[in-house]
Design a binder for this molecule. Structure first.
Ligand SMILES: [Ca+2]
Length: 494
C-alpha cells in the first residue's frame, strides 16, 4: 500500500502487509502490532505478537480476521528508513491509520459485511502501536491490548543508552565474540545474588514463599540494595558486589533526570527477574547494538538524524555512540523538529493524549495493558505512572474502561521466573462484547512440555503447571488458603 519513491534516499517504500481471513469467521478484526523497529510482515495469526509465552489458541484460530504489517519499510531498509520523513511517520502511527480502513473494506468484500468488533493488540513496540491507536484512531477500535508497551519509547531508549558509560566503568571484559559486551559489569552469578536478596526480603510479603514477589510496592521499602547485598571487601567472587557496582546499580534503577533536574524517565523496581538472561540482553547488548537503541535513537527518533550512517552496520561505531552518549546533549533531539522532520520523534511515536483517551471511553472501548515487573527496557513504573495519570483524569474511575495487570518476575514481553502465559485477548473480548470486566486474568508458568514452549527462566523446582492470578493494578495477588500452586487460592486485594 502507498508505494512511493523517497526523494531523500531514492529508495522505494511501501506499507507491506498480509491479511488472513478464516472461513469460520467470528465477525472480529484484529490489527496485529509487531515488535522492534518493524520492517517485517510477521505471520498474521495474532499469536506471539500478543505477547505472553504464547496463548494456546491464537487469534486466527479463534476466528479473527487478522492483519499484520511491516509499518512502511522492509528489513533491508532497517534502520536507515528513519531518515525518510514519511517512513518515520508510517512507523510511528500512519501505517496503522492507512491500513485499518483498507482492512475493514477487505473484510466487507470477503464476508459481505464489515467487522462487528475491531481490536488492536501487540507487544513492546506492538503494544505501543496499540496505545497509539487508542489515542489517534479511537473510532476505529473497540478493544486495545498492549503488552509491555513502550508508551514513550524514545525516552526509554535514550535512558537505557545513558547508562552504558556507567556499566563500562565496572565491566571487566569489553569484547565478546567480536561484539562490545558489558555483561561482565554484572554477570549472572551476581544477578542471582541480588535476586536471592530480594526474595529474602520480599517473597513472603504476599503470603506465599514461592519465588514470586507479588507485592512489588511493599518490596520497595522492604528491600535495600545497600543493606541486603554484601559488599566485597576484596575481589568480586560472585558472593558480593563492589561498592562501585552498587552505586551504578542504584543509579540504573533510579529515575533518569536531566542536568536541570527534570524527570526524563522513571526508574525500575527491584524484582527477582533481574537474574534472567533477557534482562542482561537489554541492559548490556541492546543498549549498544546496531539493531537496537543506538540506531533507533540516532536515525529514527532524533531530529536531525545522525549523519553517521556507519552505525547501521558497524557494531563498534554503534557501541561508541552509546558509550559517548551525553543525555543532556542528545535528549533534546527527540523533542526537536525542523522543516524536513515536522513531527518530533517523541510526538510521532507516543500516544498524543495518552492519559485522557476520552474518545475511546465515550464509545465504550476497553483497554487491557499487561507488563512484566522485571521488564528491563520499558519500565513498569512508566506504565504505572501512565495508569495513575489516566485514573486521575477520569476521577478515579479509569478502571471502568482501562485495566493494567503487572506480571511479577516477567521480563520484557515474556520469560523470566514468572507465570507468563495468559490469554488477555479473550479477557478483552469478554469485556468489550459481554460487559464482563476482568477482575483477574489467570496466568500459568511454562514448564517442560508446555504447548507454548517451555520457559527456560522458570526454576526447575517450580511445578509444571503453576497458576496465579494477574491482578488489576494496584491490587496484589495474596495467598488465602489451600493449594499454593492454584490461582483460585489467591485473592486480588490491596
Ligand atoms: Ca511470594
Amino acid at each position: 500500500m502507498n508505494r512511493r519513491t523517497s526523494s531523500l534516499d531514492g529508495q522505494s517504500y511501501a506499507i507491506g502487509f498480509e491479511m488472513r481471513l478464516p472461513r469460520d469467521w467470528s465477525g472480529r478484526f484484529l490489527y496485529q502490532g509487531n515488535g522492534g523497529t518493524d520492517g517485517v510482515v510477521a505471520t498474521a495469526d495474532g499469536g506471539s505478537a500478543l505477547g505472553s509465552g504464547g496463548i494456546l489458541r491464537n487469534a486466527l484460530q479463534q476466528g479473527f480476521a487478522v492483519i499484520s504489517s511491516d509499518a512502511g519499510h522492509t528489513s533491508a531498509q532497517n534502520p536507515l528508513f528513519g531518515r525518510d520523513p514519511q517512513a518515520r511517520l508510517d512507523y510511528g502511527y500512519m501505517a496503522v491509520g492507512s491500513l485499518t480502513p483498507m482492512a475493514k473494506t477487505l473484510i466487507k468484500v470477503a464476508y459481505g459485511k464489515g467487522p462487528d468488533r475491531s481490536y488492536i493488540g501487540g507487544t513492546s513496540n506492538g503494544g505501543r502501536h496499540a496505545l497509539v491507536a487508542a489515542s489517534r484512531y479511537a473510532t476505529d477500535y473497540d478493544g486495545i491490548l498492549a503488552n509491555a508497551p513502550g508508551i514513550y519509547l524514545p525516552r526509554a531508549s535514550v535512558a537505557n543508552m545513558s547508562h552504558v558509560k556507567r556499566w563500562a566503568t565496572v565491566a571487566t571484559t569489553q569484547v565478546v565474540n567480536g561484539q562490545p559486551d558489558y555483561e561482565s559489569a554484572l554477570p549472572k552469578p551476581e544477578r542471582q545474588l541480588i535476586a536471592k536478596a530480594i526474595l529474602a526480603r520480599c517473597d513472603a510479603l504476599d503470603g506465599s514463599v514461592d519465588g514470586l514477589v507479588q507485592d512489588a510496592q511493599a518490596c520497595r521499602t522492604a528491600f535495600d540494595l545497600a543493606r541486603d547485598v554484601p559488599t566485597c571487601s576484596g575481589n568480586r567472587d560472585g558472593t558480593c558486589l563492589s561498592a562501585a557496582q552498587k552505586d551504578i546499580l542504584a543509579a540504573v534503577f533510579a529515575p533518569v533526570r536531566l542536568a536541570n533536574g527534570e524527570l526524563f524517565y522513571p526508574g525500575f523496581p527491584f524484582d527477582p527477574g533481574i537474574e534472567q538472561p533477557g534482562w542482561a540482553e537489554w541492559k548490556f547488548r541492546s543498549s549498544v547494538r546496531t539493531a537496537r537503541n543506538p540506531v533507533s535513537v540516532g536515525y529514527i527518533f532524533s531530529t536531525p538524524p545522525s549523519s553517521d550512517l556507519s552505525m547501521a552496520t558497524d557494531s563498534f561505531r554503534a557501541a561508541a555512540y552509546a558509550l559517548n552518549f551525553d543525555i543532556d546533549r542528545e535528549a533534546p533531539k527527540i523533542f526537536a523538529t525542523n522543516n524536513l522532520y515536522t513531527e518530533s520523534g517523541i510526538a510521532l511515536m507516543s500516544p498524543p493524549n495518552a492519559t485522557q483517551l476520552d474518545g475511546l471511553r465515550q464509545r465504550g472501548g476497553k483497554i487491557i495493558v499487561v507488563h512484566g515487573t522485571s521488564d528491563p527496557i520499558f519500565s513498569i513504573d512508566d506504565t504505572a505512572a501512565w495508569f495513575k495519570a489516566l485514573d486521575a483524569y477520569h476521577a478515579g474511575k479509569a478502571n471502568g474502561f482501562a485495566r493494567f495487570f503487572p506480571v511479577p518476575g516477567m521480563g520484557h514481553s515474556r520469560g523470566g521466573p514468572a507465570t507468563d502465559q495468559f490469554d488477555a485477548l479473550t479477557a478483552l473480548v469478554d469485556w468489550v462484547e459481554f460487559g464482563r470486566a476482568p477482575d483477574r486474568i489467570e496466568a500459568t508458568s511454562r514448564g517442560p512440555g508446555n504447548l507454548g514452549g517451555a520457559n527456560p527462566d522458570v526454576p526447575s523446582h517450580w511445578p509444571g503447571h503453576r497458576s496465579r492470578p494477574l491482578c488489576p493494578y494496584p491490587l496484589v495477588a495474596r495467598y488465602q488458603s489451600g493449594d499454593k500452586e492454584q490461582a483460585a487460592n489467591y485473592a486480588c486485594t490491596r
